[in-house]
Design a protein around this ligand. Sequence first.
Ligand code: CMP
Length: 139
Amino acid sequence: MEYTLTIIKPHAVRDNKAIAMLSMIAEAGFRIAAMKMIRLSSFRAGEFYAEHAGKPFCEQLVKMMSSGPIIVAILSKDHAVRDLRSLVGNTDPEKADPGTMRKIFGNSIRENAIHASDGVEKALKECSFFFSEMERFSF
Ligand code: CMP
């Protein structure tokens, strides 16, 4: 069993796409081990995306990620990290394969609807960034 972190981004929550997105995730065989709806401050959004600090898109990314509520969840499954990346698709919805979540729900490379951890170690860090031990379960 492996864990990964996902974020349904503010524009997708605002456009009421979250239920459809969570259904797609459940149908792909993921269990929800933790979940909450929160709003990030721009400081916390900057911390989460620290690896992108200094990149040309970083300021707008932080602004977008702190612009409204997000739904953040820990998902479990065998090969959860790899399988969620594959379900989510290319960062750029225009380049994403048909049937992937970013193709279906994304608006642009910035407003790409959903985040998925990009490695097993990274997933552990990202899960701890959002959730305490009391908030996560061993599903
Ligand atoms: P995510 O998987 O959450 O990881 C970093 C985010 O930065 C990415 O999804 C996009 O929302 C955003 N991003 C990555 N590359 C670009 C880009 N070239 N222009 C604008 N936003 C980007």
